[in-house]
Design a protein around this ligand. Structure first.
Ligand code: PLP
Length: 406
C-alpha cells in the first residue's frame, strides 16, 4: 500500500473553491464576486498597458535567465520601498531598511512571520511571539503566521451593526493586549471589510501602539486601490513612519501591477543601524535559501522597468487610477440601483467602504440563495469582490440582492 494511504483529505480553500463552483455553473448570467483579482468592465482579466510595454522593451534586450541573488533584485527592493514610503521617509531613514524580494504578498507575510518567530526581541519571552490580526482579516493571515511559528490572536476592528470601523473597541483591545505585541495592519483597502481608518483614527492607533511598544506589521496588498493614488494610499504607513515606529512592511504587486501569477512582493524592515540591517538581511537569506533558494525573475523585471522609466511609470499610475475609479463607479451604481428598486435597507456602506471589497452584510443564507437562484457567487461571509461587478451585471446583481433582502 502507498505510504500516504492514510492521508486525510483536507478542506477546499474557502475562496478558491468559489471559482471552481462558478466555473461549473452553466447559467449564462452567472457572476463571480469571489476572487480578489481586478476585472475590466467586460469582466475580463487585465494586463496593464504599461506592463505590456515594459515586457516588450525587456524582450528586445534578450536578457539571460540566470538566478537572482537569494534576496532578489536590489534595484527592485529600493524602488518598492520608495513606492511605499516616498522621498521624505526614504531620506530620513538614509538606507536603514533590511528586506528581500518575496513570493508576492503572501511570501512577504510568511517571511515576516519567520523573522518574527526567530528573532523578535520580546521582553520576558516565554513562548511564541503574539501577532494580533484585525477581526476579521484576510483568511490566509492566520495559517501564514501560525505556520511560521507565531501565536495568533485578534483585535477588535469591524462593527457589523454600523458596517464600519469600531475605533473605540479597536483602541481598547490594542491597549489591553500584552505589551510589545505585533499588530498586523492593513495599510489600505482592508480585506475583507473594505473599512479603513481615517487619518485621525490612524493617528490614534499609532499613539496607542507607541505607548504599548507594539510593533506595526503593515500588509499592503492594495496600494492604489482605495483612492487611485499610490501616495494617498500610503498615508497610513507614512504617518507611522513619521511617528517614529519601526515598521515591518509586506508589499504585494499582484493587484496594482496586475501581476498575480508572477509573484512579485517585498518584505522590508526599518532598522536603527547599518549593522542591524546587515544582520537582518543575513538571516532573511538564511530563511529563504532552504525554502526556495531564490525568487522568480520575470515579474520583478517588469516592475523595475515600469518604475525606472518615467513614461511607463506615468502610464501605470494613470491605469491604476482607472482601475480604482471603475470600482468606485460600480459601488455607486450598485447602491443607486438598490435605492431605485425601493430596497428598505441602508446601502451607504457600499460607497463608504474602499478598495476591492464590499462587506455587504448579507447573511450566509442570503449568500446561499444568491448562488442557488441567481448564480451569483460570493464568500459565505458576504464579501463582494467589487472588481467582478461590471456595467453589464450591476443591475442584475442589484435585482438579486434586492430579492434576497426583501
Ligand atoms: N494580503 C492581503 C490582505 C490580501 O488580500 C492578499 C491577496 O489576496 C495578499 C496579502 C497577498 O496576495 P499575493 O500573494 O497574491 O500578493
Amino acid at each position: 500500500p502507498s505510504r500516504f494511504a492514510a492521508t486525510p483529505r483536507g478542506p477546499e480553500d474557502a475562496i478558491l473553491g468559489i471559482t471552481l463552483a462558478y466555473n461549473a455553473d452553466p447559467n449564462p448570467n452567472k457572476v463571480n464576486l469571489g476572487v480578489g483579482a481586478y476585472r475590466d468592465d467586460a469582466g475580463l482579466p487585465v494586463v496593464l498597458e504599461a506592463v505590456r510595454q515594459a515586457e516588450h522593451r525587456i524582450l528586445q534586450r534578450s536578457l539571460d535567465m540566470e538566478y537572482l541573488p537569494v534576496a532578489g533584485s536590489h534595484t527592485f527592493l529600493q524602488r518598492a520601498i520608495w513606492l511605499a514610503y516616498g522621498d521624505d521617509v526614504m531620506q530620513r531613514m538614509n538606507g536603514r531598511f533590511a528586506g528581500l524580494q518575496t513570493l508576492s504578498g503572501t511570501g512577504a507575510c510568511r517571511m515576516a512571520g519567520e523573522l518574527i518567530s526567530r528573532f523578535l526581541d520580546i521582553p520576558h519571552r516565554t513562548g511564541k511571539p503574539l501577532i494580533l490580526l484585525p477581526d476579521p482579516s484576510w483568511l490566509n493571515h492566520r495559517p501564514i503566521f501560525t505556520d511560521a511559528g507565531c501565536k495568533v490572536a485578534s483585535y477588535s476592528y469591524y462593527n457589523p451593526l454600523t458596517k464600519s470601523l469600531d475605533i473605540d473597541a479597536c483602541l481598547h483591545s490594542l491597549e489591553n493586549a500584552p505589551n510589545a505585541s505585533v499588530v498586523l495592519l492593513h495599510a489600505c483597502a482592508h480585506n475583507p471589510t473594505g473599512v479603513d481608518p481615517n487619518m485621525d483614527q490612524w493617528a490614534a492607533i499609532s499613539n496607542v501602539m507607541l505607548e504599548k511598544s507594539h510593533l506595526p506589521l503593515f500588509d499592503m496588498a492594495y496600494q492604489g486601490f482605495t483612492s487611485g493614488d499610490m501616495d494617498v494610499d500610503a498615508a497610513s504607513v507614512r504617518l507611522f513612519a513619521e511617528d517614529g515606529h519601526k515598521i515591518v512592511l509586506a508589499q504585494s504587486f499582484s493587484k496594482n501591477f496586475g501581476l498575480y501569477g508572477q509573484r512579485v512582493g517585498c518584505l522590508s524592515v526599518m532598522t536603527d543601524s547599518e549593522q542591524e540591517t546587515q544582520a537582518i538581511n543575513s538571516q532573511l537569506k538564511i530563511i529563504a535559501r532552504p525554502m526556495y533558494s531564490n525568487p522568480p525573475i520575470a515579474g520583478v523585471r517588469l516592475v523595475e522597468e515600469v518604475l525606472n522609466c518615467d513614461d511607463l511609470q506615468q502610464l501605470w499610475r494613470s491605469e491604476m487610477k482607472s482601475m480604482a475609479h471603475r470600482i468606485i463607479s460600480m459601488r455607486s451604481r450598485l447602491r443607486q440601483h438598490l435605492i431605485e428598486l425601493g430596497n428598505k435597507h441602508n446601502w451607504d456602506h457600499i460607497v463608504n467602504q474602499h478598495g476591492m471589497f464590499c462587506f455587504s452584510g448579507l447573511s450566509k443564507e442570503q449568500v446561499d440563495t444568491l448562488r442557488e437562484r441567481f448564480s451569483v457567487y460570493l464568500t459565505a461571509n458576504g464579501r463582494i469582490s467589487m472588481a467582478g461587478v461590471t456595467s453589464d451585471n450591476v443591475d442584475y446583481l442589484a435585482d438579486a440582492i434586492h430579492h434576497v433582502t426583501s
